[in-house]
Structures are given as structure tokens and as C-alpha cells.
Design a protein around this ligand. Structure first.
Ligand code: GLC
Length: 742
């Protein structure tokens, strides 16, 4: 047996029983499909380049490589940032200068202009959009990122395909096998039953969850836009082929797979079609699959739901699912706090996050490519007399600048008058008020709005987990209103914050008299502080510090002799935080020495106060213990035991446990075409000065001894080695839906 075969076999044998069990349970003992699935895994394993396999090895030894306080992400659209993938590659120096070592390349696969949902309607999972480059460019870019110590992340849009995907095209032509990959109905009876329980994602821009497909003369499920057809994961061929598509992306050097809209992937009549148990089975299988084929890969779940729906996607300690999840409620609660200037909801929300096991990694962010949905804890807010519909209206009024005195400049998204619901768009800088201040040429206003922007970033970086910047935020980029003129974009206000990156502004980033310079240099300073202090490590204890003010948020962190008291004044007035900690602190940002009893905090400003405890002197044996004058370090009150998510039910044994016949393909299924991943990977590998030996820092002994040192060495050594039309379209679909439902 070849060495690589034995590696595959040994990894597979570790997960085989569970994988088979889950698969058989989900797919009613379909052994043919399962055998095909296993064969596909082996093909993808064989196609993985030696260099990526070395990367896998380094990362499996230092499992927590992605959790360090030095990891910083940035999400960017290839076209907005630099035109093409090659363009992005030519700006790696800038990405590095931003302190970023994880870059999320927004959807870049083949899509249809005007029917793309920002790239989230994929027409071919194995081809890069020709306007952006080729699969080879993608491999080259990820290899170049790796050489520079940067991990790459890509969306895996698994819930749906574009209606121009080859399966959808065949389905339109009436091919039953292709139609079985989606949800097709002869009439509106079943769709109408679904509609009773399934909420709408785009109630204004794409109402309803189904669309009429005139070519097929049938109704098709379209949870998102009418041109995004939901895949039917109850069909094992869909799961097999989609998993293969995901692994192919990993084999092009993608390190982090963002499981787009994952809660939606399983549909069942009579339910809301969100977060069904089968979704977890599929995610768990995907995790197992990556552990076999590409164990260096991380899964990032896009679960934009309330906290109790999000956390289960981490899985359990013995059956993990996603490695990372978005901290969406904290993000939304942050903007609530900007508008209300009342930190109590944020304190409550952070308390929930602080009680989750520390090794559950959250991805923290202020803004992303999507809207801000007001998924707040209204049960908690009820005690203050807050009512959902009125509150959402207030938040939207404030953040769009309609509220008297508000400097924010956002726009509404999917305003649904039926439910009194609307979401919100805008860049961080414009929502902070910088745009209005510049427009009004009001220097004083500019000062405090920039201060607020920096304070929010400091708050972001205070949280445990991975901070991810939205490209452009590092230079305070403002809203882009040009989408109003573009017929492909004008009915989707998310394009407000998806403008082209301003390289002119970026050129001013070192000039402290400019907006980009003020924000960029402050952010860099914050990031440097964060990566040089242990207290920002994920293992730190975290707690809410009462401040005696509803406008000032206090967060405590303690780790390895460092105590941080972080204070954020969300209010419009200068205030005092009654921290009542009579110790001397140093503000890490300004260098100021401050006593922790009562701390003045300017409006829209923050403090990162650090107190370091000297290590206790070693106790000499045999000598009498001398009384020491040193005060005992004030270690934060012991936290509640973290609530471990309820253990998942053990899957029931499939009724019949037939042994699969290993060498046969499923009768119905044609072997999908192999992508050129092998040759592409080989080509890109050939261009590298890779040292084939495994990084010497990645030995198990060292891991235990100097975990954080070996962690960063592993990272670095891995790096070394290695509109009108649209409007018409949605209108006509709506029209046809209505027409045919009659
Ligand atoms: C995710 C994406 C969003 C997209 C949707 C449909 O939520 O973040 O931009 O519209 O999926 O794919």
C-alpha cells in the first residue's frame, strides 16, 4: 500500500463508523451512494497537492492555530478591492500591512450578471467567474497568501444553485434526474402549504419561497431570489456532488470554508425549514469529511440566528461541527447600543457569550457584506418597556439619520410594512456619522464620530475570538451611492456598503491629518497591542465590569498575570466609570497611568486599562516562609461553569444495516466530471520554493511545552513552506407566482 493510501485509510478508519451511520440514517441505507461517496473522498484526497498535505500536517499538530490573539481577518470582494484575483495577489503587501492574516474572498465563482446576488447564485462550483480570473489564479493566490502567512476563506454556497447551473438548465428541460436535485412541484398545493410555516428572507425584493418555472411548467423552491434554486439534500447525489465541489475548493488552497446559509439546507413540510436536525447531521458529516481529506480546513458556519440556534452548530466536544460561527447577535446589539446609548442589552448579550466554553470560536465583526438584521433579545428588552416593532423603527430611524440629531447615514433594507420590519445597510464609518460630519465640514463632529469608529473597533478587538474587518473599514470608507444608478443593483441596498475600495484614500493611510490616516493608524496600534498581550488570548477569563453608568460598558479580561479593564462610553456626554478597583493601571492605547477606582471616560471614547501582576516569587524549600508585602492579584471572581450545549441525541440505528458493495457506482448516478484540480495544484506547487520537510516546531512535545510559541511558528512555517432587469425579473416572477396560484 502506498504511504498516501495508508494515510487516507487510517484517517478514514477513525471516522468511518460514525460517517457511515450518519449517512445511512439520512439516506435510508443507500449503500451504493455511500460507496460512491467514499470513492469520491479518495479521489479528492489523491488530488490534494503534497504542499497542502504538509500544511494539513502542521495544522493538525497545532490544532488551535486559528485561535491566537494575532489572527485578524478581512473580508473583501475581489472586484471591489482589486479587479481580479491577480490584482488581489498584487496587493498582498497591503493586506499584510493591515495586520491581516486571514482573508475572506467574497463569492467569486461563475454567476450570471444581473442574477448573481453578489455572487451567491453560483452557476458552476468548479469555475471562477471569468471577469475575476481562473481556478489557476485562485490556486496561485492562495499559495501566495500561504507564503505570506495568510489563510484564505471562501464561501461554499450550499443551499442553492443559480438557475443557470447545469443541473438547473437540465431541470428546465424536463430531465427528471436533474429536477430531483431541487424541489419541483406540479402545482401550488404543496408550496402553499410550505408558505404557511416558512418565513421570508427577502420579503420585499423577492417575496415568497417559491417561483414559477415557465420552461418546466412547474413550481420550484426559491427561498432567496427566484434565480437561486434550493437544492434538495434529501437526495444523496446532491450531497455527494456538493461535498465534492467543496473539497475541490479546498484542494485549490482554501483554508476556511464558509458554509453559506447553512441553517436552511434541509426542508420539511410543516416546519419553518430552519435548523432542522438533518442540517446538523450534514454539517457533522462535512466536518468528518474534511478531517479525512483536508484536515487543515476550518468550517465557518453562517448561522444568522438567535444565540440558542447558533451555538448548537459548534456541535459537542466529542462530535464537533463548525470550527467557527458568526457572533451575529453581538454585532446587532452593538448597533442597538450606538443608537440607544444604553449598554444594558450589550452587557446581557456579552454575559451569554462569556458563559460559552472558551474554545468555541466566534467570528466577531462590526459590519459585513449583508444588512444588519434586528435579531435582538426582545424578551430581555421587554423589562424596559421596549416593544419590537416600535424599537426596530427607532433603530432604523436613528441609523438612517431620520432621527433628529443623528449623524448616521444608513439605508433601509427589505422594508416590510406588513410586519413593520426593516433591516439596515451602511458602512461602519457612515453609520458612525463620519460621512455627515465630512459633508457638513464640521471638525468637532468629525473628531467624535471618528473617535466612535475607533472605539467600536477597540470593542471588537476586546472580544475573544477572531476579529474580521470589512475591507475599507480600516480607512473609514464611506457609503457608495452609485448603486442607485445601476439597474443590476438598485433594488438591493446592500450594495451601499459594497463599493469599490478607494485606493486614493488608502494612499493617505499614513497621514494622521486625514480620515483614513486617523483610523488606519489607530487600528494598527490596537492590533499591535492585541497581539502582544496575553490577556487577549482566547483562554482569558472574561466578565462584565459594572460601571455604575448605563452609557459605559465595562469588560474585564484576565490571563497569565494580566488584567484588562476595557471601558467604552457609548453616550453623548463625558462620564465616569465607577470601577472601584483601587489599583494602578496603564492605558495601553494612550500610555496614561490611571487608578481604577473611578475612571473618567470621554464620550465615544474608550480605555484599555492594564494591570500586570508580578509573578509570585518561587518559594524556597527548607527556609521559613517570609511574610511578603505583595498584594495578592485580584483575580476575577470565579465564573459560572460554562453551559455545555445539550448533548446531541445518538443517531438511531438504521433499520437494516446492509453492507455496501464497495466497488459499484450508484445505478442512477453518473460519475461527475473530475475538475482539473490535480494539475492546477501541481502547477502552482511547482512555482513555490517549498521546503518539503515538516516544520520542526510542530512536534507534539513542543506543543505541550510552549503552546503559543509553536502555534505561531506553525503558522509562519506553514506560510514559508508552503436593478431594471432585476426589478423586471423579480416583478415578473412575483407576477407569475400570483398568476399561477390563482
Ligand atoms: C447568505 C449571504 C447573503 C446571500 C444569502 C443567499 O446569507 O451572506 O449575502 O444573499 O446567503 O445566498
Amino acid at each position: 500500500m502506498k504511504e498516501s493510501d495508508s494515510i487516507f485509510e487510517s484517517r478514514l478508519s477513525r471516522v468511518y463508523d460514525e460517517l457511515k451511520w450518519l449517512y445511512m440514517e439520512l439516506y435510508s441505507n443507500d449503500t451504493h451512494s455511500f460507496d460512491y461517496f467514499i470513492g469520491m473522498l479518495k479521489r479528492q484526497f489523491d488530488a490534494r497537492s503534497d504542499e497542502l498535505k504538509e500544511w494539513d500536517d502542521a495544522r493538525t499538530i497545532v490544532e488551535e492555530w486559528y485561535r491566537g490573539n494575532d489572527i485578524v481577518g478581512m473580508m473583501l470582494y475581489t472586484d471591489c478591492f482589486a479587479g481580479t484575483l491577480k490584482g488581489v495577489q498584487s496587493h498582498i503587501d497591503y493586506i499584510k500591512e493591515c495586520g491581516v492574516n486571514y482573508v475572506h474572498l467574497m463569492p467569486l465563482l461563475k454567476t450570471t450578471p444581473g442574477k448573481s446576488d453578489g455572487g451567491y447564485a453560483v452557476a458552476d462550483f468548479g469555475t471562477v467567474d471569468e471577469r475575476l480570473g481562473t481556478m489557476e489564479d485562485l490556486s496561485d493566490l492562495s499559495a501566495a497568501c500561504h507564503r505570506n502567512g495568510i489563510a484564505t476563506c471562501l464561501d461554499f454556497v450550499m443551499n442553492h444553485t443559480s438557475e443557470d447551473h447545469e443541473w438547473a438548465v437540465k431541470a428546465k428541460q424536463g430531465d427528471p434526474e436533474a429536477q430531483a436535485r431541487y424541489f419541483f412541484y406540479d402545482n401550488w398545493d404543496i408550496p402553499n402549504q410550505f408558505e404557511k410555516d416558512v418565513p421570508q428572507v427577502f420579503p420585499t425584493t423577492a417575496p415568497g419561497n417559491f417561483s414559477w418555472c415557465p420552461e418546466a411548467g412547474k413550481v420550484v423552491m426559491t427561498t432567496f431570489y427566484p434565480y437561486q434554486w434550493d437544492l434538495n439534500y434529501a437526495n444523496p447525489m446532491v450531497f455527494n456532488d456538493m461535498t465534492e465541489a467543496m473539497l475541490n475548493l479546498c484542494n485549490h488552497g482554501i483554508d476556511i470554508i464558509r458554509l453559506d446559509a447553512v441553517p436552511y439546507i434541509w426542508k420539511q413540510l410543516g416546519t419553518n425549514c430552519r435548523n432542522l436536525p438533518q442540517v446538523h447531521t450534514i454539517v457533522r458529516m462535512m466536518r468528518l469529511v474534511t478531517e479525512v481529506v483536508c484536515p487543515g480546513t476550518l468550517l465557518l458556519g453562517e448561522v444568522v440566528m438567535e444565540p440558542d440556534k447558533v451555538v448548537p452548530y459548534f456541535g459537542t466536544p466529542d462530535k464537533p461541527e463548525c470550527h467557527m460561527l458568526y457572533n451575529v447577535t453581538t454585532m446587532a446589539s452593538t448597533w442597538h447600543t450606538v443608537a440607544t446609548k444604553d449598554v444594558r442589552l450589550l452587557e446581557h448579550q456579552l454575559d451569554t457569550i462569556f458563559s460559552i466554553p472558551k474554545d468555541f470560536t466566534f467570528l466577531n465583526y462590526l459590519r459585513c457584506h449583508d444588512d444588519i438584521g434586528w435579531g435582538l433579545d426582545y424578551d430581555y428588552l421587554k423589562q424596559f418597556g421596549v416593544e419590537q416593532v416600535a424599537h426596530k423603527k427607532f433603530l432604523n430611524d436613528f441609523l438612517t439619520g431620520k432621527w433628529l440629531g443623528s449623524p448616521s447615514r444608513g439605508e433601509l433594507y427589505n422594508d416590510d410594512p406588513r410586519l413593520g420590519d426593516a433591516r439596515l445597510c451602511g458602512t461602519t464609518a457612515s453609520l458612525c456619522g463620519i460621512e455627515a460630519a465630512e459633508y457638513e465640514q464640521d471638525d468637532l463632529k468629525l473628531d467624535w464620530t471618528i473617535r466612535r469608529d475607533i472605539m467600536l473597533h477597540a470593542f471588537l478587538l476586546t472580544q475573544s475570538g477572531i476579529p474580521v474587518l470589512y475591507s475599507g473599514d480600516e480607512i473609514g470608507q464611506l457609503n457608495d451611492y452609485s448603486y442607485h444608478e445601476d439597474p443590476y443593483k438598485w433594488d438591493d441596498s446592500r450594495y451601499l456598503h459594497r463599493g469599490a475600495f478607494s485606493w486614493d484614500d488608502a494612499a493617505k493611510r499614513h497621514d494622521p491629518t486625514t480620515r483614513p490616516g486617523r483610523i488606519f493608524t489607530s487600528l494598527q496600534k490596537l492590533l499591535t497591542i492585541r497581539r502582544t498581550h496575553d490577556v487577549f488570548e482566547f483562554q482569558a477569563d472574561t466578565w462584565i465590569v459594572p460601571t455604575g453608568s448605563d452609557h459605559i460598558l465595562g469588560i474585564g479580561r484576565y490571563f497569565k498575570g494580566e488584567k484588562l479593564i476595557a471601558l467604552f462610553n457609548f453616550g453623548d456626554d463625558d462620564g465616569v466609570a465607577w470601577v472601584n478597583d483601587d489599583e494602578e493601571f496603564t492605558d495601553l492605547f494612550t500610555g496614561e497611568k490611571i487608578n481604577g477606582k473611578e475612571v473618567p471616560v470621554r464620550c465615544h471614547d474608550f480605555h484599555w486599562l492594564l494591570h500586570t501582576y508580578e509573578p509570585a516569587a518561587p518559594v524556597k524549600k527548607e527556609e521559613p516562609e517570609l511574610p511578603t508585602e505583595k498584594k495578592e492579584p485580584q483575580v476575577p471572581a470565579k465564573k459560572k461553569e460554562p453551559q455545555v450545549p445539550a448533548k446531541k441525541k445518538e443517531p438511531e440505528l438504521p433499520a437494516e444495516k446492509k453492507e455496501p458493495a464497495k466497488d459499484e457506482q450508484p445505478a442512477k448516478e453518473k460519475a461527475p466530471k473530475r475538475k482539473s484540480s490535480k494539475s492546477t495544484a501541481a502547477k502552482s506547487a511547482a512555482g513555490r520554493d517549498s521546503a518539503k520537510k515538516a516544520p520542526d516546531s510542530t512536534t507534539k512535545t513542543k506543543k505541550n511545552a510552549t503552546s503559543s510559541k509553536s502555534k505561531s511558528t506553525a503558522r509562519n512555517s506553514s506560510a514559508r513552506n508552503s436593478g431594471a432587469k432585476k426589478r423586471a425579473n423579480s416583478k415578473s416572477t412575483v407576477a407569475s407566482k400570483k398568476g399561477s396560484s390563482k
